[in-house]
Design a protein around this ligand. Structure first.
Ligand code: T6T
Length: 314
């Protein structure tokens, strides 16, 4: 028999698909459908998922779309439906477009747990586990205001795609909070399609149009990594305060080297673990928490090493 050591599982320090099931109908099986494949936020979530599912005696499967897109995630959901696992943990890539496919899971008796993102329709999932993303946006605005101190200038938000519940909430929280600082002139949000290249070029274009740019809030990992590239290309690293969301190895390195001034880190492994706990409770007919909130923390260069447990896995 194989020993299931979490540290040997995919993305958690080693490779392989240990513990994956063959794919027959099985109530003692759980499937995780992340928003996108091979991305540190979801890799860390997968670690927590695999660890908790193994501890609860469940077989697991993880299937992720190649891009953060509902047209790519929908066929995965449909395929998993035929498999009839006991539960599906899913990060819907669109808060409306994924409602139909996810409802099919529910109608087939599969327990649906939302991890990270969620649908607008709250009747599909038995539980939603995520950061308080609106609060995260507010925290980003307060952190930026502190970094800027008495300085005056324009502030840009780089968002991903409209219809992503998490990043929409972060942008909303940020916009509301930044309005409280008269020295910060909010010049609006720009969508990047969750593509780092678009984030980079939008930062350089905004710098050209607004030479007084003093701050950028990048609402997630890809926008943050791309914004850092944009500032590097324009030779403005350090001059413009970059506050990112998430804590990928690259983002952490940029924080350490002063390209990024702050990161709002989530706890994706706990999101994955808690999602499993809620799914098991639902399958066993035990009480389920409809909404579970996980930690957020603002990291700066000064306190980052003391908070290294928040760094994501590659
Ligand atoms: O920020 C996370 C996640 O919370 C969001 O829903 C989508 O983007 C990430 O996966 C980071 O890329």
């Amino acid at each position: 028999a194989l020993l299931l050591s979490p540290s040997l599982l995919a993305g958690c320090g080693g490779g392989g698909q240990i513990g994956d099931s063959g794919g027959s109908a099985d109530a003692k099986k759980m499937v995780l459908i992340p928003g996108v494949a091979a991305e540190p936020f979801y890799t860390s979530m997968e670690c927590g998922f695999r660890e908790a599912a193994a501890a609860a005696g469940y077989e697991v499967d993880v299937q992720a779309p190649a891009r953060f897109e509902s047209t790519l995630q929908t066929p995965i959901v449909t395929g998993v439906l035929a498999d009839k696992p006991g539960a599906v943990l899913i990060a819907p890539t669109d808060d409306k477009a994924m409602a139909g496919p996810m409802k099919q899971l529910k109608d087939a008796g599969i327990k649906v747990v939302e991890v990270d993102t969620k649908l607008q329709d709250t009747s599909v999932a038995v539980s939603s586990v995520s950061s308080d993303n609106e609060q995260g946006g507010r925290l980003a605005a307060r952190t930026l205001a502190e970094l800027v101190g008495g300085g005056t200038g324009s502030v840009l938000v780089l968002n991903t795609k409209a219809g992503t519940s998490t990043t929409d909430a972060r942008a909303k929280g940020f916009e509301e909070e930044v309005g409280k600082y008269p020295n910060l002139k909010y010049v609006g949000q720009q969508y990047t399609d969750n593509e780092p290249d678009q984030a980079a070029s939008k930062v350089t274009a905004t710098l050209a149009a607004n030479p007084d740019l003093i701050g950028v809030f990048a609402t997630n990992l890809n926008t943050g990594e791309g914004a850092a590239t944009g500032l590097r290309n324009a030779g403005r690293t350090g001059a413009v305060n970059l506050v990112g969301f998430d804590a990928s190895p690259k983002q952490v390195e940029d924080l350490r080297s002063g390209v990024v001034q702050a990161l709002i880190a989530q706890d994706p492994a706990t999101i994955g673990r808690t999602g499993v706990e809620q799914a098991v409770a639902a399958i066993e007919g035990k009480p389920v928490n409809r909404d579970v909130e996980t930690d957020l923390v603002a990291l700066t260069k000064a306190d980052m090493e003391a908070n290294s447990k928040y760094f994501y896995k590659q």
